[in-house]
Design a protein around this ligand. Sequence first.
Ligand SMILES: [Zn+2]
Ligand SMILES: [Zn+2]
Length: 266
Amino acid sequence: MDGLLTFMGTGTSMGVPTLGCDCAVCTSADPHDRRLRPSVLLKWHDPGEDGRERFVVIDTGPDFREQALRAKLKHIDAIFYTHGHADHILGLDDLRPLSFTAFRENGPIPLYASPETTKVLERVFDYTFSPHATYPNRARLRLEPLEERTTVHGVEFLRIPLMHGKMEISGFRFGRTAYLTDVSGIPEASFALLEGLDNLIISALRQEPHPSHATVKQALGWARRTGARHTWFTHIAHELGHEATNRELPEEVRLSYDGLSFPVSL
Ligand SMILES: [Zn+2]
Ligand SMILES: [Zn+2]
């Protein structure tokens, strides 16, 4: 089955341009250097339901509303969360209007998250998830435990355990594509889940080391080890200019950019 993957945001937690910064990348005229907070959208035609379009989003950061408008997103079937940091969850409340429509049709939108991420979502959005929540216009969302494998309308999402500093977080594989953001380490056992990839999407923050994010060099090393046919960097900081960085990378490795879209096998 074929799907379409779209990058809704490819920037690091502060976004690019970064507030108050006058560096060459933050003031660049190249639209590829404008990066919203990281998120991807996967779309496919449901073979079980007359080819109805299905939409899954990974992470809803603070730019989610703007990203959903750009992508002309009118419907969401499920959301997967990588972890509970602000740049990955703070747009959750903007799901409200889409959740009202989904609720009328099939009930609340399922959100798949690890126990740690679920705890953060319940705390930050207690007015949505608390059993005592009374706000009538709260989002219609349903927190679901993230299992090793989750199937959404015929597409299987495999959880890939990753390290983000000292914290274990989740990456996802669907078909021959994997989305691994906020990575600082890949546990040995996770490499076995990353064999035979057409597309590896992996975070590469900058050239200088960071305690909880991979450098370009580290990400390149992991990309080589997986043997993925194509590698796309994401969660990119303002130290990396789009054109200049791409010139230095091997041909099969590219920086992704907001709005980039390509077909994927599911
Ligand atoms: Zn992040
Ligand atoms: Zn800057």
